[in-house]
Design a protein around this ligand. Structure first.
Ligand code: TRP
Length: 452
């Protein structure tokens, strides 16, 4: 059955929906925990370089592929390269996004559980502290699995309602609200006693901390946070109109995304230092730090604590949802258009596969810690393999394809909207995706492998 492809309705809709994909747990959960793990300001410095130098140009390259072809991930790469081996980027993207959705839904499920717990008034003041509350929940034998699957089903429900109604409306409404709440929490957290140590940790770099591992982490975090390297942006760009300014959209989205990550850091670290939570506590960092902020920062007024906690977890769930929608959309459009299935069936196939991956990840980070690979829990392993290896590799190949294989005329038309925009930066951008991006990504990999 041939179905008409949807389009985003307005300019701001494009930015907000794509920023909705980019802003998510990657900013609020993963960025602080990687920053804590990799020593603070020096990591942030590298991260910002990766976003500016590799992220934004890489995003534009993916946009070019998506808008030029208006097709699902696999078809887009097949079409723009004229067949041949390059279509593997699209298939790789579909695979990567399914694995990411699997483990991402576990963390999103934790947020969902915290949301219900906060509504019931149980997040603040758990006996034994927030760390104990988190441990009790995440090691429960079935609850994390239930919430993981519930989150994937929620995503499924939004995706099957179509591009415009589901994605656009949700993003338009929620992004500004999230931003305001982050600002409130930032002020509250920075006013805690001893918060300045956290601010120093974030902004005073100690470059002796840098290692090849930290470089790879910064690269992976930049790509993860921008939703880059899985054909996710390519799939979204397939819904862009001919008027969308690709370079400007990419810069705006990267700007919003980085701002939210830094805000999240400014909430978590002052609070973590103030209440004595180790910044290196890993994936559970925000789940043990924030409840302490809620109960210490609002002057012990229970109503305020309650409202802030409920609002915060509601917005976390929604921020995660706008990101999971974008991952789900990659597989859904792939299965429905490539296998000729109705969209609904394609969506179920994606949901089923991701739910299985999610269940195993949920078990490995809680009830069945024996589920390990290469010395990491299955969940950490999926995260490392996708974020630090497959995403940069996907983007590396996309840059080579757009820079060297696709006819320059096609690329220039997309970059300048058929010469209706000033194309002054085209030459610079082309140079970056031809040389700078591939060389830098390859250098980080080779350095990690101790070759250079
Ligand atoms: N960028 C999102 C976040 O920061 C996660 C995400 C959405 C993603 N779609 C993606 C990551 C595609 C990699 C690929 O939370």
């Amino acid at each position: 059955m041939k179905q008409e492809r949807g389009h985003f309705r307005s300019k701001i809709g494009v930015i907000l929906a794509t920023a909705g994909s980019a802003v998510g747990l990657g900013n609020i959960w993963r960025f602080p925990y990687m920053t804590g793990h990799d020593g603070g300001a020096a990591f942030i410095f590298l991260y910002i370089i990766c976003v500016l130098l590799l992220g934004v140009p890489g995003m534009v390259a993916e946009f070019v592929v998506g808008r030029h072809t208006s097709a699902n991930a696999a078809k887009a790469y097949r079409k723009i390269s004229g067949g041949g081996g390059w279509s593997v980027i699209g298939y790789m993207g579909v695979f990567t996004s399914m694995v990411i959705l699997g483990f991402y839904a576990v963390v999103a499920g934790w947020c969902l559980e915290y949301f219900f717990a906060s509504v019931a008034g149980n997040v603040v003041g758990y006996p034994g502290g927030a760390g104990e509350a988190f441990r009790a929940f995440s090691t429960n034998s079935y609850l994390p699995m239930v919430f993981t699957v519930a989150f994937i089903l929620l995503t499924h429900a939004v995706v099957t309602r179509g591009v415009r109604k589901g994605i656009e409306r949700a993003s338009n409404l929620l992004m500004p609200l999230l931003f305001i709440l982050l600002l409130v929490l930032l002020v509250a957290s920075c006013m805690l006693p001893g918060a300045s140590a956290g601010i120093r940790f974030l902004f005073k770099p100690d470059f002796s901390q840098l290692s090849s591992g930290v470089m790879l982490d910064a690269l992976g975090q930049a790509f993860f946070s921008l939703s880059l390297g899985t054909a996710c942006l390519c799939t979204y760009a397939s819904y862009f109109s001919r008027q969308t300014n690709l370079a400007r959209s990419a810069s705006q989205i990267a700007g919003i995304d980085t701002l939210v990550a830094i805000l999240a850091g400014l909430i978590i670290f002052p609070a973590a230092f103030s209440v004595g939570v180790n910044p290196d506590s890993g994936p559970s960092l925000i789940f043990i730090t924030l409840p302490e902020v809620f109960c210490k920062a609002f002057g012990g007024v229970p109503v305020v604590e309650y409202v802030v906690a409920v609002l915060f977890y509601a917005l976390m769930v929604l921020a995660a949802l706008t990101s999971t929608i974008s991952m789900h959309e990659i597989g859904t459009s792939f299965f429905s258009e490539e296998l000729g299935l109705p969209r609904g069936r394609g969506a179920w196939l994606e949901t089923g596969i991701c739910a299985v991956i999610g269940i195993f990840c949920a078990l490995s980070s809680g009830a069945v810690p024996e589920l390990r690979l290469f010395g990491l829990s299955l969940m950490e392993c999926c995260d490392f393999l996708t974020s630090n290896i497959l995403l940069p590799f996907g983007s590396f190949l996309t840059c080579l394809l757009v820079g060297w294989v696709v006819p320059r005329r096609v690329v220039e038309d997309e970059f300048t909207n058929w010469h209706t925009l000033r194309g002054g930066l085209f030459g610079v951008w082309l140079f970056v995706i031809r040389f700078v991006c591939p060389v830098c990504i390859a250098a980080v990999f080779l350095h990690q492998l101790r070759v250079i």
